[in-house]
Every structure is written in C-alpha cells, then in structure tokens.
Design a binder for this molecule. Structure first.
Ligand code: PAF
Length: 311
C-alpha cells in the first residue's frame, strides 16, 4: 500500500524564473508555498508574473536554508545545478526518510549525488519546456507555455510523481508523470550540450548556430559523443536523431539567448559541468574518450571560474 503524499505545503529552493513560476502557480491552486534561500534579503518576497496582458502577484514567506520549519517535504529544487550541492547539503540533516525532493533543473548529475548521500529520500526529477524570463529579480514574464514531465526511479517515487502531476495539472498547465524520465532527461541534456556552449563560444542567439557551418560541425561531433555515452548508459540514441533534435530546438528557439550565454554575459558561473562536463565524466566511467565535449567544457570553464563540481 503506497502512502498518499502530503503535497499541501511546498518548499521551493532557488526561486529564479522556473521556481518563481511554480511558486505562483501552486499558490493559485491553494497550496502553501515557502521559499528557501541561502541568505534571505527579507522575510517576504513579492513575486509578480506577467503572462500576455494578465498580471498576478503574491507575497511569499522566505526562510534561510538552516532555519526553515520542518517538515521541508515536498521540496522543489530549481537552483542552478552548480549552486545546488552547497545549499542542499545544508538541508540534508533536516530531511526525513521518505521526504520528497523534486529536482527541476537543467543538466544532470545532482540526482546521482543526492541518491548517494541520501538513498532514503524520494528523489524525483522533472524537465520542462516552459519559457520564462526575469527582467528583474522578482518579476517573471512568461515567454511560452510548455510541458512539464516528471518521474522517479522506484515504484514509490513513480506513484508520487503521478500524484504531483495530478496536483500540478490543476494549474491548467500541461504536466505529466512519465515512466521514462531518465531517457527524456538524457535527450534534453543532449540538446543542451549541442546548443548552449556553442552559443557561448560564438556569442550568438540559438538560431544563428544554424547559419554557421563550423558551429553545425561542432554540434554534430558533440551529438555523436553524447549518443555513444547515452547508448552505454542504456538509452540508445543515434547521432542523427540527437543532431536533428538539437537543430529543431535551435530553430524553434531561434531568437532565444541560451541560459549559458546569459550566464556568461552576466559573468555568472555556467552549468557546463552538469552538461558537457557530465558527458565527459560518464564517458570516462565507460572508458571512452569524448574529445569534443572535453574541449568545449574546458573552453567554457576558462570563461568563468566554475564552482566546485560534483563530477
Ligand atoms: O538552456 C537553454 O537555454 C534552453 O534549454 C534551450 C533549449 C537551449 C533554449 O534556449
């Protein structure tokens, strides 16, 4: 018999664009939401969302990571991958066995680290194609409604993912629990590996990559290596399918500044260690070389000092 998870009070770690969006969406369906920050600037944060001509806002309580009242579950983690380990490490002693942690972030590697630290937690992952940007820290502007997929690795986690999807669907958004979330995360990772660092290398919008033969050739070699690693990890993929998918996303998001280019422009650490750097780490585990991914990882790392990597 699977226990019905209590999903009435969400804690959100890292309320940036996606975390802030889900704070407002969950509040709109009657959930309590508490924001957790490393060093809160104030005890409340007013988040505002503009979606076409409609605007909504709410004041959320904000607590420091080491002072949040228990229980912290369910905990939605939307921090950038590189910022996650430090701040989750501070929360780990305060999470109980069975607590729900849902990771909704770009890149891969954090869930493996968390499972090693705390195999007793329910660790779910999610990916989204929602587009939202922040003209200011607390103002979110919806660029496009996408789809959010979630899932877990065990039967209990999968059941929880279904409960969460059912709850989140009440916001009117497209949310689904899927049984192959890891495969889908790998596919998303492949697209990020092929687009993000190249937009940073060439300082261009996503669509401009399609007009540069050298960028397309680099995309293809990155995809070939990712396909090899994916296949060794048990998620068979071909170079052509990953390359075509990356080109299609670059076309659909032609005018976007990728998250990695935005990080470079703002002189923030990038997520390279959790994208192409993750490919290099996984390849090494399988005893193969991934020179294109290694080269671009080193190049992007050199543009900005990275936080200590988990990989
Ligand atoms: O990280 C990003 O910027 C996005 O995932 C994507 C798909 C590359 C579009 O900009």
């Amino acid at each position: 018999m699977i226990a019905d998870p209590n999903l009435s009070h969400w804690h959100i770690l890292g309320a940036g664009a996606i975390g802030g969006l889900w704070a407002l969406r969950l509040h709109s369906i009657g959930c309590r939401v508490t924001l957790i920050e490393r060093a809160p600037l104030s005890p409340e944060r007013r988040l505002q969302l503009t979606d076409n001509s409609h605007s909504s806002c709410h004041d959320f309580p904000v607590v420091a990571a080491n002072a949040a009242a228990l229980p912290l579950s369910p905990l939605l983690v939307t921090t950038k991958a590189g910022d996650t380990i430090d701040v989750i490490a501070a929360l780990l002693p305060r999470l109980n066995a069975g607590d729900i942690v849902l990771l909704l972030q770009n890149g891969m590697g954090i869930d493996d680290w968390l499972r090693q630290q705390r195999p007793d937690l329910q660790i779910l992952t999610a990916i989204t194609t929602d587009g939202v940007f922040r003209p200011t820290r607390d103002h979110l502007v919806m660029a496009g409604h996408g789809e959010t997929l979630t899932g877990g690795n065990t039967a209990v986690e999968q059941e929880t993912a279904m409960q969460i999807a059912l709850q989140w669907q009440k916001t009117g958004e497209v949310v689904q629990a899927v049984t192959d979330i890891q495969r889908r995360r790998w596919q998303k990772l492949a697209i990020n590996c092929a687009i993000n660092p190249l937009t940073a290398r060439y300082r261009c919008r996503n669509g401009a990559l399609l007009d540069m033969p050298e960028a397309l050739s680099a995309m293809r070699s990155i995809c070939a290596e990712v396909a090899e690693v994916m296949s060794l990890e048990g998620y068979p993929a071909s170079t052509a399918s990953l390359y075509d998918a990356a080109c299609a996303v670059a076309r659909q998001t032609a005018t976007n500044t990728s998250s990695m280019l935005a990080d470079i422009q703002a002189q923030r650490p990038t997520e390279i260690d959790f994208m192409n750097g993750h490919i290099v780490t996984m390849a090494r585990k399988h005893g193969i070389a991934t020179p294109s991914n290694a080269r671009i990882t080193a190049e992007i790392r050199a543009l900005h000092p990275q936080p200590a990597s988990s990989n």
